[in-house]
Write a protein that binds this ligand. Sequence first.
Ligand code: MN3
Length: 214
Amino acid sequence: MSTVPYALPALKFAHGDLAPVIDGRTMRLHHDLHHQAYIDGLNAALAPYPQWHGLTIEDLLRRLEQLPVEIRQTVRNFGGGHANHQFFWKILTPHAAEEPSDGLAQALKRDFGSVDNFRRQFEAVGTQHFGSGWVFLVANPAEDFKLEIVSLPNQDSVLNIGRMGLLTCDLWEHAYYLKYQNRRSEWLHAWWQVVDWPTVAERLDKFRAGHRHA
Ligand code: MN3
């Protein structure tokens, strides 16, 4: 569990392994440079505040409103960027199963009608989101872990809206522009081919078992 100074997590696959869905150059820029920049910005902001060191990124973001006002927005942006990207890499794999497993498939069917309907709605929310941000599949712990699709602007985190993140796709142009240019809907449609469904199912199981983050 990494805390301040936060460090770039290693990928569980090589940069080029997600090609052709995500090309190696995009992965290198996105992970090695963009994600690193969020971490550098976060560490710099927190350096003068040792009382805020030692928290996981998730616990830090949950306490955003308690942070000194002069660093709150910076932590929201850079800390959110770190958390969202760390989450994103975890749910990607070069060895994707085509369909979610039984338990997760049942939950998707219960809340969206079918797995295909879920995918269509997720792509629509991601495509229609204006500007940079993220689209998420989340569980709502206040409603018996009902599954919902939400999009958030910039680097905002689902941790700040009382939801638990199961799956997310990056809507910032740096995530897809080299290959998909302005065609965000194509990016979202192709991206299913690298989604690590077993990891998504495991996150839902952990949340249901009472873990606060996965
Ligand atoms: Mn990104």
